[in-house]
Design a protein around this ligand. Sequence first.
Ligand SMILES: NC(=O)c1ccc[n+]([C@@H]2O[C@H](COP(=O)([O-])OP(=O)(O)OC[C@H]3O[C@@H](n4cnc5c(N)ncnc54)[C@H](OP(=O)(O)O)[C@@H]3O)[C@@H](O)[C@H]2O)c1
Length: 331
Amino acid sequence: MKVAVLGATGAVGRTMLRILEDRGFPADEIVPLASERSAGTTVRWRGRDWTVRQPTPDAFAGCEIALFSAGATRSREWAPFAAGAGAVVIDNSSAWRMHPRVPLVVPEVNGAAAADRPLGIIANPNCATIQLVVALAALHRQSELRRVVITTLQAVSGAGQGGIDALNAELAGGTAEDSPFVARIAGNAIPWIGPRLEDGWNEEEEKIRAETRRILNLPALPVAATCVRVPVETGHSISATVDLARPLSPRAIREALSGIEGLVVSDADRDPLARDVAGTDEIHVGHVRSDRDLPGVVHLWIVADNLRKGAATNAVQIAETVVRSLAESHG
Ligand SMILES: NC(=O)c1ccc[n+]([C@@H]2O[C@H](COP(=O)([O-])OP(=O)(O)OC[C@H]3O[C@@H](n4cnc5c(N)ncnc54)[C@H](OP(=O)(O)O)[C@@H]3O)[C@@H](O)[C@H]2O)c1
């Protein structure tokens, strides 16, 4: 099977190649695509060097799957070509996430939605949304969600290779010429991710609200996020406050979250930390508390590797679902 990887040289694309290898994805050929800057360079995959090309209308010929992580503009431009060539596109950008005919999928929560893809495109949610909804879905099975308030502490790799380079340049004592951040990130915390909207919210905060409602199929759920960029290389942390219709004890919450596919509940005295969680594919939950004053309100700390489960792992898991269903329909 042939798999196209658009954005193969980026932070997510490189992780995607690693995860296709790690999970033994049943592909034997890749088509790595990136910008003019990388055309002619190579990426290493399954012990071989593969030459990177710029996308063209015929680049997707013969591909069954196309994994996209090259930004929303490129996704809008190239997804119709890839889908037209017969590939199922799994897109990491925000381009298609709220399109009514494109499913927005986290396999542990709404994996079945991937089967209904009239445009041949499946959207991968925002990185922080993915780790949040897996925990929320588990709580919602026990007690109806009434309101969600979160603060995210998001790693610089969430802004791609440019974010990692900016932090490293600043930590080395220099300045980052092309920093994607609105202020120096080393030694700082910046509550500004994505453009600021007219009403004062940042685009990342609105993405989390809209996507969470869509994936959980709770269109009226109040979700308020404050998204903060922090000088961590990889691993997003979320402090979540969740209002439940029926109060649950911390023990009941821990039990509800344990045994959920893809979720790891940390011991009460050992909270998950971004540094430890980086490189893993699970979503780690800890520091579970019932509010001391408000019955039904619980507080959680949710951490995941934004490049893996927040992007590449989730996309490859979707691809695995698609391949299984294609094999069933052919066989
Ligand atoms: N980083 C995360 O944690 C994360 C999580 C979820 C979703 N995403 C989404 O994934 C996408 C990529 O993010 P990233 O973090 O991997 O960014 P990145 O490190 O900046 O990588 C961007 C990739 O896109 C390629 N690209 C740029 N312009 C292109 C063009 N005109 N034609 C073809 N390829 C082009 C780049 O190629 P060159 O190397 O040649 O420039 C590179 O391979 C974004 O849409 C982002 O929102 C990221």
